[in-house]
Ligand binder design. Structure first.
Ligand code: NAP
Ligand code: GDD
Length: 323
């Protein structure tokens, strides 16, 4: 039974990836923080006894390098999926130093923990389309990085740390450059979930308006459940490499609102209020990924359409509130 270690297992992607690996019969280990109690709800469905593999949680933190070495020695994983990060772009403007430490240096600490422990693990780095920032679309593996936030800057550092450990030590280390991906398990302060939760709250009579920032930003939004399959395929590939994972289709925040409110029979223009508090010091205007390398070399394609994703998220939030 292969052994996998997932950092950030309690996050959106961590929960979908754990589910995928368990269905393949893996022994899955996940790192959680003591403060991960709130997000652990995402993992509850993994304990229902229907999965083949096993899941064990360990306390750890990217700010605790010795703890990371000890975990690596104890677990001796075949595959490490590094998903943990301070992952919110706007928060990174408020906490640039902290974001650099966790999202940037944290990756270096984990790579170093693998190296010094001598475990021959394959390594996946959760790189981001946010690294492309101001570079015009479409973006692929050859597009120049021009990050527009402390988060993007930290992810560029982590991307190059991964490439550097591959080149310096022959480590099987790959970057998945994933464009935005969403789901009903998405954190509530990312724009898609904020909108779908807002639609449900308005329908339930709990909220009258939805305050949002820039409605004109465009993103290439896919479904997280499809994207974790791409992560797994990268670590099964015959060689380490870097891959863009995206749908190849972009939509504005405004279009997302139109579809989400429309799904509930509402007109978004009557409820959405543009609020300057949610504008960022520098914006990423237009992300549109070209996933042709992942399709060609990994056989990966997205299965969920944009419209289906929006409906899935609205319906899930309505079900929670009974609206
Ligand atoms: P997420 O829901 O925010 O999950 C991130 C996880 O990292 C959380 O479980 C969090 O733990 C954990 N974490 C944060 N700081 C930590 C620390 N110091 N030590 C240990 N764990 C820590 O993010 P996601 O959407 O699943 O994304 C997964 C990864 O992909 C992230 O690295 C993100 O930056 C990257 N990414 C995401 C997207 C996207 O669209 N979702 C696109 C490209 C790249 P707590 O539960 O304790 O807070
Ligand atoms: N969060 C948020 N809240 N974003 C808003 C709002 C709002 O009220 N109103 C408008 N937006 C706009 C943001 O300005 C941005 O242009 C867009 O909606 C998407 O914002 P987020 O959902 O916060 O995602 P992101 O694109 O900044 O970052 C996500 O995707 C990256 C990949 O490109 C995160 O998941 C990152 O971790 C990930 O790397």
């Amino acid at each position: 039974m292969p052994i996998a270690l997932i950092t950030g297992v309690a996050g959106q992607d961590g929960s979908y990836l754990a589910q995928l690996l368990l269905s393949k019969g893996y022994e899955v280990h996940g790192i959680v923080r003591r403060s991960s109690m709130l997000s652990r709800g995402r993992l509850e469905q993994m304990h229902d006894g229907t999965h083949e593999g096993t899941l064990q949680l360990h306390y750890g933190d990217l700010d605790d390098p010795i703890g990371l070495v000890r975990l690596m020695q104890t677990i001796a994983p075949d595959e490490v999926y590094h998903l943990a990060a301070q992952s919110h772009v706007q928060v990174s403007f408020d906490m640039p130093d902290y974001t650099g430490s966790v999202t940037g240096l944290g990756t270096m600490r984990l790579l170093e923990a693998i190296r010094v422990s001598g475990v021959p693990a394959r390594f996946y780095q959760a790189s981001s389309s946010e690294m492309f920032g101001a570079s015009p679309p479409p973006q692929n593996e050859d597009t120049k990085f021009h990050p527009r936030s402390p988060y993007g800057v930290a992810k560029v550092y982590a991307y190059w740390a991964t490439v550097n450990y591959r080149e310096s030590y022959g480590m099987f280390a790959s970057n998945g450059i994933l464009f935005n991906h969403e789901s009903p398990r998405r954190g509530e302060n990312f724009v898609t979930r904020k909108i779908t939760k807002g639609v449900a709250a308005i329908l339930a009579g709990q909220q009258e308006k939805l305050h949002l920032g820039n409605l004109d930003a465009k993103r290439d939004w896919g479904f997280a459940g499809d994207y974790v399959e791409g992560m797994w395929r990268m670590l099964q590939h015959h060689q380490p490499d870097d891959f863009v994972v995206a749908t190849g289709e972009a939509h504005s925040v405004r279009e997302f609102c139109e579809l989400a409110f429309g799904r509930a029979g509402l007109d978004y223009e009557q409820y959405v209020v543009v609020d300057e508090r949610y504008f960022r010091p520098a914006e990423v205007d237009y992300l549109l990924g070209d996933p042709s390398k992942a399709t060609r070399e990994l056989g990966w394609t997205p299965a969920t359409t944009f419209a289906d994703l929006v409906s899935m998220m609205v319906d899930a939030d309505r079900a929670v509130l009974g609206a």
